[in-house]
Design a protein around this ligand. Sequence first.
Ligand SMILES: NC(=O)c1ccc[n+]([C@@H]2O[C@H](COP(=O)([O-])OP(=O)(O)OC[C@H]3O[C@@H](n4cnc5c(N)ncnc54)[C@H](O)[C@@H]3O)[C@@H](O)[C@H]2O)c1
Ligand SMILES: O=C(O)[C@H]1O[C@H](OP(=O)(O)OP(=O)(O)OC[C@H]2O[C@@H](n3ccc(=O)[nH]c3=O)[C@H](O)[C@@H]2O)[C@H](O)[C@@H](O)[C@@H]1O
Length: 385
Amino acid sequence: MARVDLDGNVINPMTICMIGAGGFIGSHLCEKLMSETPHTVLAVDVYNDKIKHLLEPDSLPWNGRIQFHRLNIKNDSRLEGLIKCSDLTINLAAICTPADYNTRPLDTIYSNFIDALPVVKYCSENNKRLIHFSTCEVYGKTIGSFLPKDSPLRQDPAYYILKEDTSPCIFGSVEKQRWSYACAKQLIERLIYAEGAENGLEFTIVRPFNWIGPRMDFIPGIDGPSEGVPRVLACFSNNLLRREPLKLVDGGESQRTFIYIKDAIEAVLLMIENPARASGHIFNVGNPNNEVTVRQLAEMMTQVYSKVSGEDSIETPTIDVSSKEFYGEGYDDSDKRIPDMTIINKQLGWNPKTSLWDLLESTLTYQHRTYAEAIKQAIAKPSAN
Ligand SMILES: NC(=O)c1ccc[n+]([C@@H]2O[C@H](COP(=O)([O-])OP(=O)(O)OC[C@H]3O[C@@H](n4cnc5c(N)ncnc54)[C@H](O)[C@@H]3O)[C@@H](O)[C@H]2O)c1
Ligand SMILES: O=C(O)[C@H]1O[C@H](OP(=O)(O)OP(=O)(O)OC[C@H]2O[C@@H](n3ccc(=O)[nH]c3=O)[C@H](O)[C@@H]2O)[C@H](O)[C@@H](O)[C@@H]1O
């Protein structure tokens, strides 16, 4: 039975150059493409731990449809050739953990802007379609966050809903180096948009809103550096696994909307297979129904983990820490991130399905199954170093 797109046209097999395929999102996207489509993936990354299960053994049903190319796009002449022999390039490569933005601002700016330039150039020069991963962080802070604390307008959606074609990008001052990432992402978006306007580059830009699920980042001291600071899901999972209090930065008052990685990947597959509907657009991909403060996330994760692990939660499940202490100088934050869904609904007819509780249940089940034993060993006999 041939697979058809949203307009009833047969979907022909494509070759996709996926840069950053070895990461959290890339690994889920590769799983989806291998298990549900006839497409071929040239998986480009410096690591492949998270997609090894797709590359071996040769007896896998999709064998031959995914090839791993270990290369660093900063300085590898093979990149252009891979883009030229693909129908579509998806660029996921980035430094995208906030702890790096104010501590490694140069690497962050290079990774999110400079290193993406050749990818855009090769696509434009060779008339190849590009799907580029930006971030919801390009919206920065809401307009409402500048109103007086008790202003009723803060409840007015016009002051906090984030819409691709109307909302401004509002960052903190240059000293707040946290915004090095979002600003680099904003400028690469503007460059891509200009390549589209001036040179006819066929592009789609994705603005993910806190996608979470299995294989996101790492657990410090187990499959990542002990002093590493991953994104909040992995931080809180690590605390729960180690029976430590979850640290709430500046009281955990910031709000986020979290979406299950599997729901988000559905949206990306629709973009891949419906170029006529996706090209020329910027898309919010998030779940406006899953909004919590970070404190509420910590409380919910504590409850879910207790259920998943069968262990009672500890006496003091959370403690407050200052952002200076947790991230260092130059940290700043987005207050609230609610995606407007008009454009993605209209173009792709997509909506997220999974509640925050359910996505946390499946994700923490994975975390507990994958890490609980290793953590127990690590705590039992702390390593020499
Ligand atoms: N996960 C989210 O919720 C989220 C939210 C907003 C934006 N994004 C964006 O989506 C993209 C993917 O995010 P993710 O969560 O999968 O992050 P990730 O860190 O898990 O994946 C990024 C991958 O890119 C690779 N990479 C980085 N620099 C490279 C280089 N120079 N050459 C080759 N490979 C390189 C890394 O090895 C890694 O495997 C990023 O652009 C990120 O900014 C993600
Ligand atoms: O994932 C996204 O959509 C985007 O936003 C993230 O930024 P942020 O949501 O701030 O990243 P987290 O590290 O997950 O932090 C979320 C919130 O939790 C707080 N936090 C984090 C970790 C922790 O241990 N405690 C804690 O209170 C942070 O201060 C922040 O307010 C990252 O910038 C990228 O992954 C991406 O651009």
